[in-house]
Design a protein around this ligand. Structure first.
Ligand code: DP6
Length: 355
């Protein structure tokens, strides 16, 4: 594995005492989707992605660290979600600690207890890996801050994003509010594959105050995890075209965000969402994330949009749930319509916003 020395922290740093750090981090929803990773590289995306961070939908994590006994060098981690011990989370977290130990060698001195909770219902079907991995990465950087008093805020956030990426790709975007880009794109200055950056260009005011209403269609855990889905891109017959399309969509989005064309924006995000689903539907093995009620919602939104001429568009994650995006100015009317016409298709509705 090629290592990045910019984020390397030498062993000479040692805290030598126990402590506790706490951080919160928001979930995010991608407009241009990260789908596929480079083979034989760790968490390097095939294409650049951009997301909105989501207000009101976050994870709070408390990381308790205590010195390891000299003789017992093996790392011990305990994880509690909303007060309940979760041994099933441990393998993923151990792998994460293993991946980042080169960059955070001070972690080798400690054992850990992780106490975490999400503000969104646990069984809501919303992916929590973005908010939980980014909250954990921020906690680790809080420990580093205790070691290195001169640590600059800019470095703190960059490294937090770099570490979060090694836990879960989409998590690296959750470090920043607003529109966030991850993955190298020729038209976006500073964009790179190692960590996310705040979107650096002009954004029309219509896109700065957006509502995101999440329709929970299915509360069951996904049958196919996104990490497995990414792998299926490696031998996917349409992968090359998908990557070209994602790159073009990023260029289009840059100009849409500048001029403030909501209709163009909406068509682009719906196309991206359906392309993501098309990729998984045409993988080998193939999968279908949508449920009948996902389709019911999409058709109802399209009908409503034609009749009302309102700016309401959807995007989808790697699952059956639907995210509806619309400008805050339209919130009152649209939210009323969502509860009257879409509620029957949903298990739950979560109100959030792009902040
Ligand atoms: C469809 O970040 O969950 O949500 O890096 O394997 O943890 P890992 O994958 P993950 O993939 C997210 C995929 C997506 C699109 C996106 O958020 O960009």
């Amino acid at each position: 594995m090629k290592r990045n020395c910019f984020f390397y922290r030498k062993k000479k740093y040692s805290i030598g005492q126990n402590g506790v750090v706490t951080r919160k981090s928001h979930s995010n929803i991608a407009l241009i989707k990260y789908w596929g990773k480079h083979k034989n590289k760790i968490q390097i995306p095939l294409n650049s992605s951009i997301s909105y961070s989501l207000g009101g939908v976050y994870t709070v994590t408390r990381l308790i660290y205590y010195l390891r006994e000299k003789k017992k060098r093996n790392l011990s981690i305990k994880v509690f979600l909303s007060g309940k011990e979760k041994t099933s989370f441990i393998p993923k977290i151990l792998e994460f600690f293993h991946r980042i130990s080169f960059y955070c060698s001070y972690l080798r001195d400690f054992n850990f207890i992780i106490k975490t909770y999400n503000t969104f219902p646990h069984s809501s079907g919303i992916a929590s890996s973005a908010s939980s991995m980014s909250a954990l990465a921020l906690c680790i950087m809080e420990i580093e801050k205790k070691l290195v008093s001169s640590l600059k805020e800019d470095f703190f956030l960059k490294k937090a994003s770099f570490l979060a990426r090694l836990g879960s790709g989409s998590a690296c975007r959750s470090i920043y509010p607003g529109l966030v880009v991850w993955g190298c794109h020729q038209s976006i200055k500073g964009s790179n594959d190692l960590y996310a950056i705040p979107y650096p260009y002009k954004v029309h005011s219509i896109f700065t105050k957006m509502v995101n209403t999440i329709l929970i269609i299915d509360e069951e855990p996904k049958k196919i995890l996104s990490s497995k889905g990414h792998q299926l891109m490696n031998n996917h017959p349409y992968a090359r075209e998908r990557l070209k399309c994602a790159n073009k969509n990023m260029d289009r989005l840059i100009s849409i965000l500048k001029i403030g064309d909501f209709q163009e924006f909406g068509e682009l995000i719906e196309h991206e969402a359906l392309t993501l689903h098309a990729m998984i539907m045409t993988s080998r093995p193939y999968f279908l994330w949508m449920k009948p009620n996902t389709l019911n919602v999409l058709y109802t939104v399209w009908d409503f949009r034609i009749q009302s001429k309102k700016n309401i568009y959807f995007t989808l994650d790697a699952g059956a749930n639907v995210h509806l995006l619309y400008p805050i100015q339209e919130k009152k009317i649209i939210l009323k319509w969502i509860y009257s016409d879409l509620f029957s298709y949903c298990k739950k509705i979560i109100e959030s916003f792009c902040y």
